[in-house]
Ligand binder design. Structure first.
Ligand code: M1P
Length: 236
C-alpha cells in the first residue's frame, strides 16, 4: 500500500494561489482512489481557501502550519503552540529595519500561526504584484537565505526555512514538517510513504521531512518544481 504526502504551495497550487481547474480535474479522480495527506506551511484556513472543497474532503488528513495542526475530515485532531524567544524576535526586527530592499514595505511582517511564526521583510499584506517584485529581488540578493542562515546559527533552538516566495517559516527545532513522518509511520507501520514537494533543497521547508523520510525504511521522496511536474509524476 502507498501513502502519498503532498506539500501544497508550489506543488499542488501555484504559491498562495487557488488550485487550477485543469489540475483538479485530473488530480481529483486519482485522489479519490488513494490514501493521501497534505503537509502545508500555510494555516488550515489558507489550505481550504486554495483547494476546492471536494479536493479537501478527499484527502485522508491535512497537516497545516508546518505539521503543527492536524485536521481529519474537517475536525481538528491536534495543534501545537510555539514559545517565542524575545531575543529571537528582536533579531528579526533588526533584519526588517536593515533590509536593503529598495521598494515599499508592508506592515504585517510577522504572522503567528499555531506552532510557528512566519516572517517576511516585505510584509504579508502586500499586493500580489509586490510579492513577485520582492521575490525577483531576493533571487539576486539572497536576503531570505542570508537571514535564515544567520538565525539558524544564532538561535539553534529554532529552525528557519524558506517556504514560498517572500517569507521565512520559523518553528521550534523538531516541530517542522518532519514531525509528521513519525505520526504517519505509526499510523501505517508497513506502507510505503511517498512525499512530493517543491522545497526539498537544504534551507527549504520540505527539506527536513524529506531527510526524515530518507532515513526511514520504505519511503520515497520526489522533488518537483510546479504542479505540472506532479501530474507527470503521477502519470495522470
Ligand atoms: O506553503 C508554502 C509557503 O507559502 C507561503 O509563503 P510565501 O508567503 O513566502 O510565498 C507562506 O504561507 C509560508 O508559510 C509557506 O511555507
Amino acid at each position: 500500500m502507498n501513502i502519498y504526502v503532498f506539500d501544497m504551495d508550489g506543488t499542488l497550487t501555484p504559491a498562495r494561489q487557488p488550485m487550477h481547474k485543469d489540475f483538479s480535474s485530473r488530480f481529483l479522480p486519482w485522489l479519490k482512489t488513494k490514501i493521501a495527506y497534505i503537509v502545508a506551511g500555510s494555516n488550515y484556513e489558507k489550505v481550504t481557501e486554495q483547494l476546492p472543497p471536494d479536493v479537501v474532503s478527499s484527502f485522508s488528513g491535512i497537516f497545516s502550519s508546518m505539521g503543527n495542526v492536524y485536521h481529519q475530515k474537517g475536525k481538528e485532531i491536534y495543534r501545537n503552540e510555539i514559545k517565542l524567544d524575545k531575543n529571537m524576535l528582536k533579531a528579526l526586527e533588526r533584519f526588517r529595519k536593515s533590509t536593503t530592499y529598495p521598494d515599499k514595505l508592508y506592515t504585517n511582517y510577522m504572522e503567528l500561526r499555531p506552532g510557528m511564526l512566519n516572517f517576511s521583510v516585505l510584509g504579508r499584506n502586500c499586493p500580489f504584484s509586490e510579492r513577485e517584485k520582492y521575490h525577483n529581488w531576493d533571487n539576486i540578493h539572497f536576503e531570505r537565505q542570508k537571514i535564515s542562515e544567520d538565525m539558524n546559527k544564532n538561535f539553534p533552538n529554532y529552525d528557519f526555512s524558506l517556504g514560498g516566495k517572500i517569507s521565512i517559516d520559523i518553528v521550534e527545532r523538531g516541530r517542522g514538517k518532519e514531525q509528521i513522518a513519525k505520526y504517519l509511520r505509526n499510523l501505517y507501520p508497513t506502507a510505503k510513504i511517498i512525499f512530493i514537494g517543491d522545497r526539498m533543497q537544504k534551507g527549504g521547508n520540505d527539506y527536513n521531512l524529506a531527510q526524515e523520510l530518507r532515513n526511514m525504511e520504505n519511503t520515497e521522496v520526489y522533488s518537483v518544481e510546479n504542479p505540472n511536474d506532479v501530474l507527470k509524476y503521477l502519470n495522470i
